[in-house]
Design a binder for this molecule. Structure first.
Ligand code: PEP
Ligand code: MG
Length: 841
């Protein structure tokens, strides 16, 4: 026995109906907006989240009352209306109301084959979605009388009931099945992967079908005025005569919209309708303040607007759209900035496959997430994680991806799936991660068991084969294709300029080499917030000199090694100053954890003996002397500077000589010299005295005058607690949250990975604190340090330069604590700038 609920379950969508996205979903609200701007939308009724929720529990609305809202004997469609269209929903059901009598009438009025097609489609949809029968029993066939009869017979045989003829019953069953589908596990997992809350609601819209079938110009199509990948303004979409809904998008014989050299177009066959659609798109842009995709039908020449959705698009296209909308005064600049999610920018900043290079295309699919990436082909999430652990790039191939593949997707440089479309799990997740992705690479044969992929041309790819994903074109290429660095277009630059106008916290980059500094400039960082000088010595020949310095037994030997390092450092710093042109550059004095610079194993020591021209026994002895039980807490940072003064003195000299060179070249700088791993005021006093002395000597020798700022890196808990006394000797305090996290938790940066998964899984930590700043504990030390530092020295500059600096939540924390800037890796600078702007708006 059906139960009808007592209160109002549905509302006809009119310009004044009470409807909200939060109660009826985005589609219902959008249809109301289309009606308000006078577009010819067929009559539509909306069911609220509440109503759908109750329907899932068996409380069905009065479908007779719904039917009474339409003209006599309507054919209806039901479509989902979730709060955010990206959260998906059950598939639409069309042609509700078809029955034997209606079929006979239509066969008479239109023609038999088309009437058959309408009925057959409804029977198929109903059988699969409502009666949950096996889809294989209802494969599409030609819409003959026999096919229709067979479908009805199969239905009746399988369900042991006649096919329902009463439209009210049909509608009730469709509504109930859609409501239940939303509650199902797979739908819930999919929407949660797309960011929906667990209790997200679903609305439904019941609409009178606009039949694109019949005499005159009848058909259906989809039109938009945007290239969804590049964002260029151009009419795209398809139209198919004598069709329903979105069939045009999949049919070979469909027409282009605007005139096109590739084939016939709607503009040619029905120019007035094309103009009407073009005007509708413009009206939507102006009034709905968005680039919309319109789904339409032509019913004997008359236009009906069935639906409109925001054109699904790449971030690159989205940036172009919002900038153009703001430049046309449709939206404000602030709104344009707010419409781009900071994390989405990652997609713009990625490498692209060089389009001019030769291409050996292995597979073609849908370009689902832009950018190019090369790596070894792997067929499971586990293999992707194993490759990442080995430091190898890999391309993850799956038939389709599921939530349990997420970790593998994080580990992969590129993703390829056999099934799926632009909004499939793989596509949505990959875009979120900014990982290049191709979906729907059909026509291949995947064997996960044998770990092979057989291509159309018979070639077989195996696990480990090197391939390149071109997520911008949808091509999988053989080998490692040449990649181009990201090209940042004008719209991106404009948007970032607007973001900067709003932003009230600085963003600098962590940059160690001239290449990093150029990237930092390109992304408009406001200077370098952390130059890790020991990273300037990671390459072969330089590493040897660095090791000689660390290895030196006597002050004399050390001086010799240091003298060889001096010109290299001077050159490095001069290059950084030149690239950063007048912007602040904060150079951190050496902080080499010794184990990173010592050789390991016998072969390593033999090579080192050879490079340093020492007997192997000397190397073994010295390595033993220098080996530390806890290298992260050993002789590193300022402790090295205090113990072996000549090292920091050399660096100070290199910085000041480079400063003089820069100012003689016309690019004066005020270098910032930062002391790492400080835990006591006295360390700062000692280094300050020595650095001041070097500055005086360089001024004396060169006859040039210059300023510099000496600051302290706060990365031990004691430095945060004693920031008050330290601040008397520092022009700035920069929080190094990597070490500060390590030391606050007593958690080794290098070893925590071994059990972090278990810790997060069991809820000991909400997240890995090295990825996501622990605002409660480490954050409290930041607050204490900043407060005490400021109290002692009100003009002191306060910043954060750990890996957390590019994370929007950390930026929010720093901003509310009144920090002057954050510093993060160059590729995260645009995200940080935009996130900071969002906070200020
Ligand atoms: C830090 O500790 O936060 C930091 C930025 O320094 P490093 O990562 O080089 O130790
Ligand atoms: Mg550190």
């Amino acid at each position: 026995m059906q139960k009808h609920s007592d209160f109002k379950d549905f509302v006809e969508i009119t310009p004044t109906a009470k409807l909200a996205v939060e109660s009826h979903g985005g589609r219902a609200k959008c249809l109301q907006r289309l009606i308000r701007i006078d577009l010819p939308v067929p009559r539509t009724v909306a069911l609220s989240f509440d109503a759908v929720h109750r329907m899932a529990d068996g409380h069905l609305p009065d479908t007779k009352a719904i039917l009474a809202r339409f003209d006599a004997d309507p054919l209806l469609s039901v479509r989902p209306s979730s709060e955010d269209p990206d959260w998906g929903g059950p598939g639409a059901v069309l042609n509700i109301g078809m029955n034997d009598a209606r079929h006979a009438a239509l066969a008479e009025r239109i023609d038999r084959a088309r009437a058959n097609a309408l009925y057959l489609r409804f029977v198929q949809g109903y059988a699969i979605n409502v009666a949950r029968l096996d889809p294989d029993m209802f494969v599409a066939t030609e819409a003959t009388d026999t096919a229709l009869r067979e479908a009805l017979d199969t239905y009746e045989m399988e369900t042991e009931e006649p096919f329902p003829q009463d439209p009210a019953v049909q509608l009730a069953e469709v509504l109930r099945s859609m409501a239940r589908a939303w509650q199902g596990t797979s739908a819930r997992l999919l929407r949660q992967a797309r960011g929906a809350p667990a209790d997200a609601g679903l609305g439904l819209v019941v609409q009178e079908m606009a039949l694109g079938i019949g005499p005159g110009e009848s058909g259906a199509g989809v039109i938009r005025c945007l290239d969804p990948i590049t964002g260029a303004r151009q009419v795209t979409g398809r139209y198919l005569r004598q069709s329903l809904f979105r069939d045009a998008l999949h049919a070979q014989e469909s027409l282009y919209l605007a005139e096109d050299p590739r084939g016939p177009s709607l503009q040619q066959v029905a120019p007035a309708v094309f103009d009407e659609l073009d005007a509708a798109l413009r009206l939507c842009r102006q009034k709905l303040r968005e680039e919309m995709e319109i789904e339409f039908a032509l019913c004997e020449g008359a236009l009906k607007v069935i639906d409109a959705v925001r054109v699904p698009r790449s971030t690159r296209a989205n940036v172009r759209v919002v900038v153009a909308l703001a430049e046309d005064s449709v939206i404000s600049r602030e709104e344009a900035v707010l419409r781009i999610h900071p994390m989405a920018l990652g997609e713009l900043l990625h490498q692209q496959v060089d389009p001019t290079a030769p291409r050996d295309v292995l597979v073609r699919g849908i370009a689902a997430s832009p950018g190019g990436a090369s790596g070894k082909l792997v067929f499971s999430a586990e293999a992707a994680q194993a490759a990442e652990a080995q430091g190898e790039h890999c391309i993850l191939m799956r038939r389709e991806t599921a939530p349990e593949d997420i970790r593998g997707m994080h580990a992969a440089s590129g993703i390829l799936t056999e099934r799926g479309g632009m909004t499939s799990h793989a596509a949505v997740i990959a875009r979120g991660l900014g990982v290049p992705c191709i979906v729907g690479a059909s026509g291949v044969r995947l064997s996960a068991r044998h770990r092979t992929l057989t291509l159309r041309d018979g070639r077989v790819l195996r696990e480990g084969d090197l391939v390149t994903v071109d997520g911008s074109t949808g091509d999988l290429l053989a080998g490692a294709a040449p990649l181009l660095e990201p090209a940042l277009d004008e719209a991106f630059q404009t948007l970032m300029t607007w973001a900067d106008e709003a932003r009230d916290i600085g963003v600098r980059a962590n940059a160690d080499t001239p290449a990093d500094a150029r990237t930092a400039r390109m992304f408009m960082a406001e200077g370098i917030g952390l130059c890790r000088t020991e990273h300037m010595f990671f390459d072969g020949a330089r590493m040897t000199v660095m090791r000689e310095m660390i290895f030196a037994d006597s002050a004399e030997d050390r001086r010799e090694a240091v003298d060889r390092l001096l010109p290299m450092q001077r050159e490095d710093f001069a290059a950084l100053f030149e690239i950063m042109a007048n912007q602040p550059v904060c150079i951190r004095l050496f902080d080499p954890p010794l184990h990173e610079f010592l050789p390991t194993g016998r072969e390593g020591m033999r090579q080192m003996a050879e490079a340093l021209d020492l007997p192997l026994s000397d190397v073994v002895r010295r390595v033993e002397q220098l080996t530390e039980f806890n290298p992260m807490l050993g002789l590193r940072g300022v402790r090295l500077g205090v113990t072996w003064p000549e090292i920091y003195e050399m660096q100070a000299r290199a910085i000041f000589e480079a400063t003089v060179i820069a100012s003689r070249r016309g690019a004066p700088v005020v270098p910032e010299v930062m002391i790492p791993l400080v835990s006591a005021k006295r360390e700062v006093e000692l280094i300050q005295t020595r650095v001041d002395a070097v500055a005086a000597a360089v001024r004396n020798e060169t006859g040039a005058n210059f300023d510099y700022r000496l600051g302290v890196m706060v990365e031990t808990p004691r430095a945060a607690l004693r920031a008050g006394e330290i601040a008397h000797h520092a022009a700035f305090l920069s929080f190094g949250t990597n070490d500060l996290t390590q030391m606050t938790y007593g958690l080794s940066r290098d070893d925590a990975g071994r059990f972090m998964g278990t810790y997060v899984q069991q809820g000991v930590y909400p997240e890995d604190p090295f990825h996501s700043l622990d605002q409660d504990g480490v954050g409290e030390l930041l607050m204490i340090g900043a407060e005490r530092g400021r109290e002692a020295s009100p003009d002191i500059t306060i910043s954060l330069c750990g890996e957390h600096g590019g994370d929007p939540e950390t930026i929010a924390f720093c901003r509310s604590a009144g920090f002057d800037y954050v510093s993060c890796s160059p590729f995260r600078v645009p995200t940080a700038r935009l996130a900071a702007a969002h906070l200020a708006l």
